[in-house]
Design a protein around this ligand. Structure first.
Ligand SMILES: [Zn+2]
Length: 576
């Protein structure tokens, strides 16, 4: 029998709290919690909800209770609910975390053009929306889980699972851990800062990509009473300074008033950091969270600049002011594009020992590969100036100028491909390793180190104009452990007070980006034999107590977050 059937829907709408319960919008005379309906990948959900990548398990370890799994029927069961229900219905809490975690995963998969794994073995991440009675939330690689706590606020219980920003931030840790597993190694202050700063950037841009949020925070004073009249925003309200005040500070003031106990207010702290080249070398900013705020500030300032530039282009069309809806849509769509760019850059970032300046070169190159013409928005020029205004110039050697300045340099053309097979290079770590080993001299590898291909990932990315880019991205790493007294043979200077018998592990590694014909386009590496960099790293680790006993207890994300909220100094995350 032939049955005709409609294709299964690819996405499903779900209601979430747009930022957190403290962000409210006027409805009649009352203030209501701002919600948004977002698209999440459609799937047959088991009770929990439990899907192919996310399993919500509502277990509360503080009172040893397992709550009834939520059954999310088809459609959007929470589309029309009261604020009281949003706050008190555990079923909604389960939907809120499920939808935000899935949406964040889907953003990564869209940007990278392939499936993206969590940072542990296994397909499904467990999510506990009411994990414990404590003002904390974290990703635990060991438990393969995201844990969200709750606590007594001034009036009500405060649930971290209802904060978009906190949920997206923790999900990003789990995704970055899967994409760049060595970023939790003990390294420079910037590598630890990057994990935090990048998670904040993904969370903030996800929120700004919701038009409802932009609409709520922007220029509240000029809202017209009648919805049918096209509302105009005066051109004078659309300068960089004013948009920064209304959008960045506006949201920062409203969001997380009670949740600041969990990880402070990253938007406020980075919005308060005006451009300056002083921070990057100042000892105060060696603390990973503070350093992460420099990164967040550089990206959020670029967001405002691109937005203003775009609006000024439109301003010539309509005199007297700009259509409010247009301003909001442009802001949300620019946030969304920047989010895609930031995620794509991970593939073009070195596999070990990341610095912010490396990330800038990665951002510029990854975007140029898929979207060569940037004339409409000038994202790349604005990002480059914004990073430079915070003392973070691109890492790449000067080899291109003008619009291209800062992109990664191409690999040497003396590479040999004769003994490797194109087909297997797209999926087989042993084949990629063979390529690397054959070319170890040209690629500047250290022959005596332990070397390992960490991942081989074919991807297919789609540009806004429909152009399709096929690439294969591989990562490898090298490590060698030596006594401090032997470091000099590699040109590395050990800290003078370090006992000569101390065991020291030196890391190197790189990302290889192959084109659709299997030719290497970029080799983005931090070499073992970069003596300056290795010396700086050891000096930092030594000064911040990494080699002293007992420091390892401070290194989990949970503690990083707690210490951040309490404003205490931290050591970077890491293992060993
Ligand atoms: Zn974090």
């Amino acid at each position: 029998m032939v049955r005709e059937s409609l294709p299964q829907p690819r996405t499903r709408k779900m209601t979430i709290i747009a930022q957190d319960p403290s962000v409210r919008v006027k409805e009649g005379r009352r203030l209501r919690i701002l919600t948004a309906r977002v698209d999440v990948p459609a799937e047959e959900l088991a009770p929990g909800p439990s899907g192919h990548r996310v399993q919500v398990i509502d277990y509360d370890s503080s009172n040893n209770t397992l709550y009834k799994p939520a059954k999310l029927t088809d459609g959007d069961p929470y589309e029309t609910v009261t604020d009281a229900q949003l706050l008190s219905d555990p079923g909604f809490h389960a939907q809120n975390v499920y939808a935000i975690v899935m949406r964040t995963l889907a953003r990564f998969e869209f940007a990278l053009g392939r499936r993206v794994s969590w940072g542990f073995n296994g397909h499904q991440i467990k999510v506990a929306p009411h994990a414990f009675a404590d003002a904390n939330a974290f990703y635990s690689e060991q438990d393969r889980a995201l844990m969200f706590g709750y606590f007594q606020g001034q009036k009500n219980l405060v649930f971290s699972c209802l904060s978009h920003d906190v949920v997206a931030h923790e999900t990003t840790h789990a995704l970055v851990d899967g994409l760049r597993e060595r970023y939790t190694d003990p390294s420079s202050p910037e590598q630890a800062a990057f994990h935090e700063g990048f998670a904040d950037v993904v969370a903030l841009l996800s929120i700004f990509s919701l038009p409802a949020v932009v609409e709520t925070v922007i220029d509240k004073s000029t809202k017209a009473p009648d919805k049918n009249v096209p509302e105009l925003i005066k051109a004078s309200a659309l300068t960089a300074a004013k948009l920064r005040r209304s959008a960045l500070f506006g949201l920062a003031d409203e969001m997380g008033q009670e949740l600041s106990g969990i990880r402070g207010n990253p938007l406020r702290r980075s919005a308060e950091l005006p451009p300056s080249k002083e921070y990057i070398d100042s000892p105060e900013f060696f603390e990973p969270h503070k350093r992460g705020e420099i990164f967040v500030a550089a990206i959020m300032n670029a967001f405002i600049e691109v937005w203003v530039n775009r609006l000024q282009g439109l301003g010539k069309i309509s005199r007297g002011g700009l259509d409010r809806r247009r301003v909001v849509e442009e802001g949300a769509s620019i946030a969304d594009s920047l989010l895609t760019m930031a995620i794509r850059a991970l593939d073009y970032a070195p596999s070990v020992d990341l610095q912010f300046c490396d990330f800038l070169s990665a951002l510029l190159t990854a975007d140029r590969e898929i979207r060569p013409d940037d004339s409409r928005y000038n994202f790349r020029g604005i990002l480059r100036s914004s990073f430079e205004s915070y003392g973070m110039p691109p890492t790449s050697r000067p080899h291109a100028d003008g619009d291209e300045r800062g992109i990664w340099e191409p690999p040497p053309d003396s590479l040999t491909y004769d003994r490797t097979h194109f087909e297997s290079m797209q999926r087989d770590p042993d084949e990629v390793f063979r390529f690397i080993w054959e070319n170890r001299k040209v690629l500047d590898l250290f022959e005596d180190a332990y070397s390992h291909v960490l991942s081989v990932r074919p991807c297919m990315r789609v540009a806004p104009d429909g152009f399709v880019l096929r690439e294969t991205v591989a990562e490898y790493m090298q490590m060698i452990t030596l006594a401090a007294s032997e470091l000099r043979s590699l040109g590395i200077t050990a800290p003078p007070e370090m006992p000569p018998e101390t065991n020291v592990t030196i890391y190197g590694g790189g990302a290889l980006v192959f084109d659709e014909y299997g030719r290497l386009k970029f080799h983005i590496s931090n070499r073992i034999l970069n003596a300056d960099r290795q010396t700086r790293r050891l000096k930092y680790l030594w000064e911040f107590g990494y080699f002293q006993q007992g420091s390892s207890a401070l290194r989990r994300f949970a503690n990083l977050h707690r210490l951040r909220a309490m404003n205490l100094p931290t050591v970077m995350p890491g293992e060993e």
